[in-house]
Design a protein around this ligand. Structure first.
Ligand code: UD1
Length: 345
């Protein structure tokens, strides 16, 4: 039987590319739309080397409603959509809020309009644990209150979930699932795809691997005076391949009409927190590298601690994060080494 056809927006990005691999490994037909504003076309080579299949690819901006409409008219056989395409730099969103509201919300609205007119079964949406702010109770469950967003980026995720919820409540033939990611890290074990931040990384693990390889001189640890056992912030770091697999399960749930509600929300994390120092120590242990780091002042907007209650995703989706933190950090390091060796050749 022919497997479903999935549109993956942002499919050359970090989480998108890992998800395309898992979809193709399961026999799904994939078409990627990406404007390459924050990713590289060579990612398609990595996907092809891993899976033996080069996914279909179209380059355009989903904020352009006419082009988006023509795309859907041309591809009438799309069964479901996984929507990753979005800007994600928290700091930049504070500097340029309208850029974030335009890009992250207009593209979503254009997609939803076409779901409606093309009879597509539904949408899996990239959301974030940022919607919880600093939760009152940990681990945080999906029904924890949504706090005022810390950044325009975070606000686009909150508003997007509301837009989807409103849309689904009147378009009852369509289904949607929002996946609230905690902190995705690591790379595919082949080291053929991974995280490729443009410029100076703002996230912890790419900064660590770039420091270890010598591109950055020193890692700054943002504060060791938090109310946590070692004073550094705690996050729930989840392996990107485990995260990608959850998207396959979610899209299957939509296609097979297994949603219990038309709009569902799941946390995607491991259920355990790790501090910045714990990440540094594990990285040093698995790679045998000494990291040059220094404790500096807190970073504005950082949350003290957050980690997921994963019971709902474990039970309802039958999905669980499986890869250890050590293995994940090693995959990030192997990817960094492999990528740098390739680009300096
Ligand atoms: C942030 C966003 C999250 C978003 C993600 C994607 C918030 C609250 N969180 O996650 O929603 O999906 O970015 O980009 O908006 N750290 C250092 N030194 C560094 C970098 C980070 O000490 O050079 C520390 C941070 O203080 C934090 C931890 O490492 O405690 C993780 O930081 P980071 O990787 O940037 O992710 P978040 O801020 O948790």
């Amino acid at each position: 039987m022919k497997k479903a056809k999935i549109l993956v927006t942002g499919g050359t990005g970090y989480i998108g590319s890992h998800t395309v691999v898992e979809l193709q490994n399961k026999g799904f037909e994939v078409i990627i739309v990406d404007n390459l504003s924050n990713s590289h076309i060579e990612v398609l080579d990595g996907i092809t080397e891993i899976t033996g299949i080069c996914p279909a690819f179209e380059q355009f901006n989903l904020c352009d409603s006419e082009t988006t409409k023509s795309f859907f008219l041309k591809h009438k056989d799309i069964d479901a959509i996984i929507h990753f395409a979005a800007f994600k730099a928290v700091g930049e969103s504070v500097e340029k809020p309208l850029k974030y509201y335009h890009n992250n919300l207009e593209s979503l609205i254009n997609i939803l309009e076409n779901i409606q007119s093309n009879g597509i079964k539904g949408l899996v949406f990239s959301s974030s644990c940022t919607v919880y702010g600093q939760p009152d109770e940990l681990p945080v469950t999906e029904d924890a209150p949504i706090k005022k967003a810390f950044s325009p980026y975070g606000n686009t995720k909150q508003i997007a979930e509301e837009i989807i919820s409103d849309f689904i409540s009147i378009n009852t033939d369509s289904k949607a699932i929002a996946l609230r990611y905690f902190n995705p890290i690591g790379a595919h074990k082949s080291s053929k795809i991974g995280e490729l931040p443009l410029g100076v990384p703002s996230n912890l693990v790419p900064f660590i691997t770039q420091t270890a390889i010598g591109i950055r001189q020193q890692l700054n640890v943002f504060g060791n005076d938090y109310d946590t056992p070692d004073g550094t912030c705690i996050r729930d770091y989840i392996n990107v391949v485990d995260l990608a697999k959850a998207h396959v399960v979610a899209v299957e749930r939509i296609i097979e009409n297994k949603n219990k509600q038309n709009f569902e929300v799941f946390n995607l994390g491991t259920g355990s927190g790790a501090s910045v120092f714990e990440i540094i120590n594990s990285f040093e242990k698995v790679t045998n590298k000494k990291l040059n780091y220094k404790v500096v002042a807190r970073r504005a907007g950082d949350i003290e601690k957050v980690y997921a209650d994963t019971k709902f995703a474990n039970e309802e989706l039958g999905w669980k994060a499986e890869t250890s933190l050590e293995e994940t950090l090693l995959s990030a390091w192997n990817w960094e080494k492999n990528y740098r060796a390739k680009v300096t050749k």
